[in-house]
Design a protein. Structure first.
Length: 353
């Protein structure tokens, strides 16, 4: 049983901890928090040993009635691998801690690509992480783009990708983020950082991206234009994408005309925290003009990287090959939607307290 430590128990860390706990070949040996907030209390209720990410703050946990298993360096020493789910920039600072204990680690997409040996997406480059000491699981947007590009490239070849990303201003709990009442080109130059980040997965891909931030918290939306190497029909593309378990092609007639209804769809199906691990592609938006493919997809920024972290653990540690790891991850988490709410896979991961 592989011992996994989670450094950072916030939006991503708590989801990854639950996903790891659901795996038959892994166990969570502890989670590290910087402060004894509600998430720290939730971690203890879930039975995860709690460690102080900042040792000097250990007394604060005792004052809050939380028993600590130790400091973060003890967690790193205990674990076979660490998932660093700390805020952007902190993971890079933590690498020296992991190196001092000779403990491999996963870092998240908020870090620069050069902080790790490889940038990782399970569908696109699983094998590249084999024997890596440090792998970076790319961001929610890069994950979403990579999942679509991979099957298109394999089946048809891709000449050029153009993507406009309409990005949420913040997660639901990020009340300091924005904009509040504005629409911001972000960044105002082209390309946005997303295109170069996708190229850390597909090194030879020709891709341009533009980004906007809007006053919303639910999900991102991508408008994609992909020039393929050959002419195809929209029906053929839709059939191809429907074969991908981590892509949900929303059928016509579902009445899901926006991300708000997508979130309700997930909640009605009993998804933990209302999570959508899959890219959600509007089937009606899939269109082809010559060799140009167009589509809209929604990306749940809080959760789409969660199965990728589980697969990255297996890739780095050499536990399973790509197909078996992805199948096992999807089966244990319940990833995959066949159409209507009754088509959701059985959920294994409990909702947060």
């Amino acid at each position: 049983m592989l011992k996994v430590g989670i450094n950072g128990y916030g939006t991503i860390g708590k989801r990854v901890a639950d996903a790891v706990a659901a795996q038959p070949d892994m166990t969570v040996v502890g989670v590290a928090k910087t402060q004894p907030n509600y998430e720290a209390h939730a971690a203890v209720r879930r039975g995860y040993p709690l460690y102080a990410a900042i040792p000097e703050r250990a007394p604060l946990f005792s004052e809050a009635g939380l028993e600590l298993a130790g400091a973060v360096d003890e967690l790193v020493a205990e674990a076979d691998i660490i998932v660093d789910a700390t805020p952007s920039g902190i993971g890079a600072e933590n690498r020296s801690l992991y190196e001092s204990h000779d403990t491999p680690a996963l870092l998240q997409g908020g870090e620069s690509a050069d902080v790790a040996d490889v940038s990782f997406n399970a569908r696109a480059n699983f094998d590249a992480a084999e024997d890596a000491d440090y792998a970076r699981v790319v961001s929610c947007n890069t994950t979403g783009l990579s999942r679509v590009i991979a099957p298109l490239q394999e089946e048809y070849g891709v000449e050029k990708v153009r993507a406009t990303l309409v990005r949420r201003g913040g997660d639901p709990g990020q009340n300091t983020r924005g904009p509040i009442n504005d629409i911001l080109p972000n960044p105002i130059h082209v390309p946005s950082h997303h295109g170069p980040d996708v190229k850390t997965i597909f090194t030879d891909l020709d891709i341009d991206t533009m980004g906007l931030k809007v006053p919303a918290t639910l999900m991102h939306v991508h408008a994609l234009n992909v020039t393929l190497d050959e002419r195809v029909t929209a029906a053929h593309v839709q059939a191809l994408l429907e074969q991908e378990n981590r892509l949900y092609v929303i059928p016509e007639g579902m009445g899901i005309d926006g991300v708000g209804k997508l979130k309700n769809f997930a909640l009605d199906a009993g998804r933990p925290r209302g999570d959508l691990w899959e890219n959600c592609i509007w089937g009606e938006s899939i269109g082809v003009r010559g060799r140009d493919l167009y589509l809209f997809q929604a990306i749940h920024q809080e959760s789409d990287v969660v199965p990728e972290n589980v697969d990255a653990i297996r890739a780095v540690m050499g536990l399973e090959p790509q197909d078996e790891s992805m199948r096992l991850t999807d089966d244990t988490l319940g990833v995959g939607i066949s159409g209507d709410p009754a088509g959701f896979s059985q959920q294994q991961v409990p909702a947060d307290d």
